[in-house]
Every structure is written in C-alpha cells, then in structure tokens.
Write a protein that binds this ligand. Structure first.
Ligand SMILES: [Zn+2]
Ligand SMILES: [Zn+2]
Length: 328
C-alpha cells in the first residue's frame, strides 16, 4: 500500500507538524539566550561583590554567605513552588539554605534558575504536543469524515490546547521528569564550571562565555530531543486513536531512508501487530530518542473488512468501498 491516500496524508501531516516544531524550537532558543543573559548579569554582580581586578579569590567564596542572600534564595524557591506546585519536591531544606557558603549560594541559585526554566519549558512543550495530537486526530479521523478535509483546512484550525491535555503529556509522557532530570544535570555542569573557573582565577569574561555557551547548548539539546521524540509518540498515539475503532492490526513504518536504524527496520519488516498489544518502545513508536517512525492500519482481508464496516456503521457497500480504497 505504498501510495495509499492514508500514507500520503500521513506524510503531508508530518510535514506540517515539522513546521510547528521549527517554530517552537526557535522560540525556545530565544528563551535560552535570555536565560544566559540573566545568568551573566547575576555573575557580574558576583564579581562586583567579591572580586578584585576582575577575578575572585576562591578563598573568599568559602566564607559564610550573606544572610540577605540566603533569605532571597529561600523566598525565590517559595514563590517558584507556589506557582509550580508540581516542582515543590525539588525545594532544598530551609535549614540547609541557611548553612550555605558564598560559592554554594551561587550554585543553589543556578539550580533554581534551571528548575524555573524546566517549568516554563514544560508548558511550551506540552502545549505543542497537545496541538500535534489535535491536528493528527482531526487529520486522520475516519468516522468523523475529517479524514477527507484538506490539510489547509486542518492547519487553519487553531490546535485545541487544554490544561488537561498539557497535564497528561507532562506526567503520562514523562515530559516533566525528562526536563527535571536534564536540567538537574545541566545545573551540575554549570555549578562545576563556575567553581572550577573561580578556582582557576578565570576573569568575568571567560567565566560568562563558558557558562552561557554551556547553558544554551545543553538546554537546546534537552528540549529538542523531547520535542522530536515525544512528537513522534503523540503522532503515533493520535493515529492509533483515529483507527482503533475500525482496525485490529497495524504495521510499523519507517521513513525508509538510510538513517533508519536496525531496530526500527526490523519492526517494519516483521509486522503486522495487534492494536491491543501495542507498547511504545517495544513495538510502537518511538522506539528510541529521535525515532521518527509511524503506524499504519493493516488489513489482511479487505472483503471481510468492508462487510464489517457496513455492519458496524450501517454504511452502504459503496461507502465501505470508498473508505477501503483510501487505505489500499
Ligand atoms: Zn530507529
Ligand atoms: Zn524509528
């Protein structure tokens, strides 16, 4: 069924989704640049406060942090978790904040910034996934007849983004956990870069350049990976949602170019699979980070499928034939 209407539609839809993806990536890249600039300003204050001739003596950072600064960190955590209660478990113990030395206080501030960016990105990414889901469902909805709408019609509808959908992707798709894990890792890198830079006697300029590059590079890598991989997941799940009432089996489809890996190739060769037995990462996309595979409905006996379709939907034989034709 290489040229079926369904497959053509799927490929067109994926192309439209890639455009959305580019937009989100651009938006995030801008935010990471801002994050880097904010961090630079904070480091500048640090050098002003503790430095001399543009460098900081490491010893000075091992002194007990200023009480006002500790209070500020605690207040910042409080207001962050008041707005993002799902991140409350990441809050450090209050008494530990009050034990921080100057170096640790700055490191804690770096970590808080990383978590603030995770919470912000979670909203942007889950809204994007909700949109993919909505478009895929509209674009492939067989019974609603939306399957036959043009892509322009679908694209002109604003994607429905509800709080419930966003929360579903944040938790069930693990977007929040991915972001938290990756940003904790990033914060550790930055904290180490910062401590080592001070110990080496790095100037403000050398320090901020290194931190800024690190922050932008790591954030982009994390976020793009999630957008790409979970985009595949949402697309596959929404396709499944659209076909599961009328089909019992699906085949696994790769892009069929030279980038396809052995795992995905083998799944494509091996199918079909039962819809009720689909498990993401086992026989259902995505199989791994950056997987861009999809599913297609599979039918071994089209005559029987058409009879079933007529019975299930009180449709005419012609309607069933037309529908079957879209998949053959
Ligand atoms: Zn693969
Ligand atoms: Zn794949």
């Amino acid at each position: 069924m290489a040229d079926s209407y369904w497959i053509k539609r799927q490929l067109d839809l994926l192309k439209a989704l890639e455009k959305d993806e580019e937009k989100v990536k651009k938006r995030l890249a801008k935010l990471y640049l801002q994050d880097a600039q904010d961090l630079e300003r904070e480091i500048a204050l640090y050098y002003q406060r503790y430095g001399k001739d543009g460098v900081i003596e490491f010893r000075r950072l091992l002194e007990n942090a200023d009480p006002a600064q500790k209070e500020q960190i605690w207040k910042a955590w409080e207001s962050f978790t008041a707005q993002n209660p799902e991140y409350a478990h990441l809050t450090p113990q209050r008494e530990n904040i009050y034990k921080l030395n100057r170096l640790e206080a700055e490191q804690e501030s770096i970590r808080l910034r990383a978590m603030e960016s995770a919470a912000r990105d979670e909203k942007i990414i889950t809204a994007h996934l909700s949109k993919i889901s909505e478009r895929t469902r509209i674009g492939t909805n067989i019974r609603g007849g939306a399957f036959h709408k043009t892509l322009a019609e679908i694209a002109s509808r604003p994607g429905r983004v509800t709080a419930a959908d966003m929360s579903y992707y944040a938790t069930e798709f693990g977007v929040r956990d991915y972001l938290i894990t990756d940003r904790e890792k990033m914060a550790k890198y930055l904290q180490t870069d910062f401590a080592q830079g001070i110990a080496r006697g790095d100037s403000y300029r050398t320090m901020t350049k290194a931190l800024s590059e690190r922050l932008q590079k790591v954030s982009r890598k994390d976020a793009y990976g999630i957008i790409y991989t979970e985009g595949t997941h949402v697309h596959a799940e929404a396709s499944m949602e659209a076909i599961k009432a009328d089909f019992t089996e699906y085949s696994f489809s790769t892009y069929n170019d030279d980038k396809v890996c052995k795992i995905c190739r083998a799944l494509e060769d091996h199918g079909p699979y039962k819809i009720t037995e689909a498990v993401a990462g086992v026989n259902f996309p995505p199989m791994h980070p950056y997987c861009r595979c999809r599913i297609e409905p599979h039918v071994s006996d089209w005559d029987k499928w058409m009879d079933d379709y007529v019975a299930r939907h009180s449709a005419t034989k012609e309607e069933a034939q037309k529908m079957a034709g879209d998949f053959q």
